[in-house]
Design a protein around this ligand. Structure first.
Ligand code: F6P
Length: 342
């Protein structure tokens, strides 16, 4: 049997570990052969393939990014896209497709599987950890580790100058990275998209931190928004997913803190550094296990299914369950960390 593999959406540490897990088990245990589709859904749409065998996956476990390339191509937005995909899969004699991606990439897999009879198995990926139906996605642990190290480093520079340091982390819709790295890095304020923040309250926490003779670190998720709605962001555009994309909350907040408290403030936007480089040991472990279980789904003919982590077990859920809604930070969890604010 020939199996196709693709990686779509933003890259994420651990993608190569999944690919390796799939290919190693598929070849060694089931005698499958594989074909890699390049750049997410663009590959099957254009019939753009690459060799994917044991030598191709040798040495890729610790490598960031994806050897298959990635894109945000959505075949449903292309005239005749689904027909082209079906034709290209038939041409390559591909009988099953393993799709590694986030909300958008998996959303396409769910529709193709459920409505168009394209046999897909999903693997959840995102540094944001906001996919429902799985306790964790791979890439998240690495991103949190990178953000935590940055916060540790920013503490010493903040204290040397007695400045406020605002650290903007990724998370357009959810605050998982902010919450975990903020807690791990001993931040004095953590702001997440799920809870509108009050700038005066942030300033009160900042001031109380200075009173205790420490320089405050404010961790803000890129999608966090203030309560009073007085924030004028630098730009508001649609990204390539078609999502509204705001930018500049970290910069804006540092300026507001300076204006309202009279304390000097600086911003560090961590950006794509959170997605780059080698995956953590946890992400290699999780991504590899996802790969091994995904190929088992193929063997069982269990299509329209996604592998997911529940506790320490890998389970199977309908892909549509993961893409139907985002997994947001529970207010109780956020309240739990507020004891450290100020
Ligand atoms: O979804 C993952 C993510 O890293 C988000 O946290 C972030 O907002 C977005 O991707 C950035 O996308 P791009 O790489 O297109 O700038």
């Amino acid at each position: 049997m020939r199996v196709g593999v693709l990686t779509g959406g933003g890259d994420c540490p651990g993608l190569n570990a999944v690919i390796r897990g799939i290919v190693r088990k598929g070849v060694q245990e089931y005698g499958y052969d594989f074909v890699g589709f390049r750049d997410g859904w663009r590959g099957p749409l254009d019939g753009d393939v690459t060799r994917l065998d044991i030598p191709a996956v040798r040495g890729i476990l610790p490598r960031g990014g994806t050897i298959l390339g990635s894109s945000r191509t959505n075949p449903f937005q292309h005239e005749g896209g689904i027909t082209r995909i079906k034709e290209n899969l038939a041409k390559q004699e591909v009988e099953a497709l393993v799709v590694i991606g986030g909300e958008d990439t998996l959303g396409v897999a769910a529709r193709l599987s459920d409505d168009y009879g394209v046999p897909c198995v999903g693997v959840p990926k995102t540094i944001d950890n906001d996919l429902s139906a799985t306790d964790y996605t791979f890439g998240f642990d690495t991103a949190v580790g990178i953000a935590t190290e940055a916060i540790d480093r920013l503490h010493t520079t903040a204290e040397s100058h007695m400045r406020v340091l605002v650290v903007e982390v990724m998370g357009r819709h959810t605050g998982w990275i902010a919450l975990h790295s903020g807690l791990a890095g001993g931040a004095n304020v953590i702001l997440i998209p799920e809870q509108r923040f009050d700038v005066d309250q942030v300033c009160a926490w900042v001031t109380s931190r200075f009173k205790a003779s420490y320089a405050p670190i404010v961790v803000v998720a890129e999608g966090a928004v203030p309560k009073d709605g007085d924030m004028v962001l630098k730009d508001e555009t649609l990204d390539s997913y078609g999502h509204v994309r705001l930018s500049g909350v970290g910069e804006w907040l540092a300026k507001e803190i300076e204006r309202r408290t009279g304390k000097e403030a600086r911003t560090t936007v961590l950006g794509h550094v959170q997605r780059g480089g080698t995956p953590s040991a946890f992400d290699r472990w999780l991504a590899t296990r996802f790969g091994l279980h995904a190929v088992d789904c193929v063997r069982d003919g269990d299509f329209g299914t996604m592998v997911a982590l529940r506790g320490t077990h890998i389970v199977r859920v309908p892909i549509a369950e993961a893409t139907a809604r985002l997994k947001t930070v529970d207010p109780a969890l956020y309240e739990e960390v507020e004891v450290f604010f100020g």
